[in-house]
Design a protein around this ligand. Structure first.
Ligand code: SF4
Length: 615
């Protein structure tokens, strides 16, 4: 096995309670790296097995035992000096929220500590009848009873299991009540405040009655060429230190620094995307957060950036003694999209998302959709059971979050996510989602390329599949006009392919503000001993993206699903720098499909052969 890998994958069947250790395949690693890429490869194999057994991919129940959940690291994860490599990637064969593939990424310490425990990945099949947790300690794994933990929140679960398992380098990834109660936007939280947030992977874990995975170990990750790696690492870390975003902006203000920047560009969605200008942006900005709530900074393992915020709300109805975040997307979803300008309430709502295990983006967006449905008179008042869902109502925001986690009252509708909620009340057009996944904090009428990325992202409306906001607004690596559609397809494709490389390495996407494909090729070559070129790593990224697309095609997704909510396509932006703009998606999509070698959202046989994808 090349260096950078631990060489072992743990396969756990919860139905039969069996555990198996398999070697990490060098051949697969060379083609798909690790993390997301390796997991996509494994998920495709499961899908083929199901088809062989006569099970149609469309019939796979995301909350049934046939779903598969994978926690995966990559060759960069846990290597000291590999920039911001304290992350892991979670993939589920099917997401309960979207019916597409489940995919989420998280920082903290869990990723590196999984490797230190002796494994590259954990694959979870089947479902247990009673609550269990998985302990992976120094190369040994065991399923243990978790009955006494069922019902506990994330913070208590993390603390109890960390104490119980003890040892060096111990980390817990778990679900809270939202995952147990199968809320479709439930996430998996590790180290108390870091979350694999998107696509409802927490509900998949809950359906399997797997409360937590605890990892602990003292192994280290081997590096092929330590001297060369030290040189490349030093250069990359210097570049990050000297970069305005990774060296100053993110460490000082965290990701929430974007609130004022994106609002100034006219692309900060407000009141469920009715406009892209929030008149109260300053009140919920990163600067205000830093001035009034920040108590200290926090980093994921091995990260020199340290964008994490430790915050508190000192007094009042939304008091929080100590919390982390909220990040930019959470401030936006829970604050701007709901028009709640009370940052105390936003911090509290975000804290509840961590405590109960909910994705703040989907949660805030679903509440915002419910607020619009309610204000337009589409929700019978008896369904709301007294929950006063109006834009700007801070108390209702906080109450709606815990109600969702416990499916209490109107919470049982919110727990379905915005797409199903809006369908139930007869107005699907008010769900600001793509393929059922709520879009994040950038209005594509003001930032056009991100619209193409949302539409074509395999997991649904997602910014971190291809973050074109970087060139379109921040001017990294070069400034392009956010309101033009020409040339955007090329940017989207490159960003999507490169992001697959990052999520398969696995380290933090924020490094790409300072580092490019050349840096990644050199870092990965020095760690693994392979001689990887820039072109080669981009081809790996493209291969991963296409195989993931093959999977979602089998679930029934194609060109008709690569679209955006009607509001972004037909309702002109009412104000701000993008006034009068819509998203001209079709123009960009046509060019994008050509570049991808896809027809109607489906990769051609020739493209798959060129990428050496064996079906
Ligand atoms: S930049 Fe932030 S999210 Fe990324 S690894 Fe560092 S602390 Fe974690």
């Amino acid at each position: 096995m090349p260096r950078g890998y631990m060489g072992r994958i743990l396969r756990v069947n919860l139905t039969t309670r069996s555990l198996k250790v398999e070697p990490t395949s060098e051949e697969v690693a060379r083609k798909y790296l690790g993390g997301k890429g390796y997991a996509v490869y494994l998920l495709y194999k499961y899908l083929k097995e199901y088809e062989k057994a006569g099970i149609s991919p469309k019939d796979i129940d995301a909350l049934g035992p046939e779903n598969v959940l994978i926690f995966a690291t990559g060759p960069g994860t846990g290597v000291p000096g590999f920039p911001s490599s304290g992350r892991y990637h979670v993939m589920a064969l099917k997401s309960p929220l979207t019916g597409s593939v489940g995919s989420a990424n998280s920082g903290g310490e869990f990723g590196p500590f999984l490797k230190f425990s002796g494994f590259d990945a954990v694959v979870v099949e089947g479902a247990s009848e009673t609550p269990v947790y998985l302990a992976v300690v120094n190369g040994e794994a065991e399923l243990r009873d978790a009955s006494s933990l069922w019902g506990k929140n994330v913070f208590d679960t993390c603390r109890i299991l960390k104490d119980k398992v003890g040892g060096k380098n111990t980390s817990v990834a778990c679900i809270g009540p939202a995952g147990e109660n199968l809320a479709y936007m439930a996430c998996i939280v590790n180290d108390e405040h870091r979350a694999a947030g998107r696509t409802g992977v927490g509900a998949v874990m809950g359906s399997k009655k797997l409360k937590a995975i605890v990892v602990s170990g003292e192994e280290s990750v081997p590096v092929a060429e330590p001297k060369k790696f030290a040189e490349v690492s030093r250069r990359c870390l210097d570049a990050m230190k000297n970069n305005a975003v990774t060296g100053v902006g993110l460490p000082t203000y965290g990701t929430a620094i974007l609130i004022n920047i994106i609002n100034t560009a006219g692309g900060l969605p407000y009141k469920n995307w009715q406009t892209g200008v929030n008149p109260d942006a300053e009140k919920i900005s990163g600067e205000t957060l830093a001035e009034k709530y920040l108590t200290s900074r926090r980093s994921c393992w091995g990260c020199p950036i340290g964008c994490g915020r430790v915050t508190s709300v000192k007094s009042g109805p939304f008091q929080v003694l100590a919390s982390e975040g909220p990040e930019y997307e959470s401030v936006w979803a829970l604050g701007s999209s709901t028009a709640v300008k009370d940052l105390d309430a936003v911090v509290k709502a975000n804290h509840y998302c961590d405590e109960f295990g909910l994705d703040p983006i989907s949660m805030g967006s679903t509440i915002a959709a419910a607020m619009e449905l309610n204000e337009k008179g589409y929700i019978p008042q008896e369904d709301l059971q007294g929950l006063d869902l109006r834009f700007g109502n801070a108390a209702a925001l906080v109450e709606a979050v815990w109600r969702t986690a416990y499916k209490a009252g109107f919470g049982k509708y919110l727990a379905l996510g915005s797409k199903k909620l809006c369908e139930i009340y007869g107005h699907p057009e008010l769900s600001m989602s793509v393929k059922g996944l709520e879009m994040p904090a950038y209005d594509s009428r003001a930032i056009k390329g991100i619209g193409l990325n949302y539409a074509t992202a395999n997991r649904g409306g997602c910014h971190v599949t291809g973050y074109t906001v970087s060139p379109e607004v921040l001017g990294i690596p070069e400034k392009i006009d956010p309101l033009k559609v020409e040339g955007k397809a090329k940017w989207v494709k490159i960003f999507q392919d490169f992001t697959c490389v990052v999520n398969s390495t696995v380290n933090c996407l924020f490094t790409t503000f300072a580092l490019g494909t050349k840096d990644y090729a050199e870092l990965l070559s020095a760690v693994t001993g392979w001689d990887l070129t820039e072109d080669e790593i981009l081809k790996i990224g493209e291969r991963i993206y296409n195989l993931e697309r093959v999977i979602i095609n089998k679930f029934g997704f194609d060109g008709k699903d690569d679209t955006l909510p009607r509001r972004l396509l037909e309702e002109p932006m009412p104000e701000g720098p993008a006034k009068g703009q819509i998203t001209e998606l079709e123009k960009m999509k046509e060019e994008y499909y050509k570049l991808r070698g896809w027809v109607n959202g489906v990769p051609t046989k020739e493209k798959l052969a060129e990428l050496e994808i064996e079906l």
